[in-house]
Design a protein around this ligand. Structure first.
Ligand code: FES
Length: 115
């Protein structure tokens, strides 16, 4: 049986919210998602990230964006990193092979768990 980690009450995970639960960042992007917490760029904790208007998870450090359904980076690191030729493309390609791991979120009696 897979190990489960309690996330918390579903009612507290309002749209746009992201929280940490064990090794996962769990959020509400219209659908509840769970992805591994460490950004593929410099390992920022994605549980401190945000959900943008497109439903992507945005890294709190340099703004890389992830598709929460596939775990793939859809926009590379921003700021000074965006000026490095090919860097964003390289990280996006990396996540084609090594996307963020997706967890399965289940709800029981109003409480979310990720496995
Ligand atoms: S650590 Fe996430 S974009 Fe840099």
């Amino acid at each position: 049986m897979p190990e489960e980690v309690e996330v918390g009450p579903l009612s507290e995970l309002s749209p746009g919210t992201v929280v940490g639960a064990g090794h996962y960042a769990v959020g509400n992007a219209d659908e509840i998602f769970a992805v591994s917490r460490r950004c593929r760029h410099l390992y920022a904790d994605l549980a401190g990230g945000t959900v943008d208007e497109e439903g992507c998870l945005v890294c709190p450090w340099h703004g890389a964006k992830y598709n929460t359904k596939t775990g793939r980076m859809v926009r590379g690191p921003q700021g000074i990193f965006a000026k490095i030729p090919g860097l964003g493309t390289a990280f996006k390609a990396l996540t084609l092979v090594l996307p963020l791991r997706r967890g399965k979120v289940v709800e029981r009696d109003g409480i979310l768990f990720v496995e």
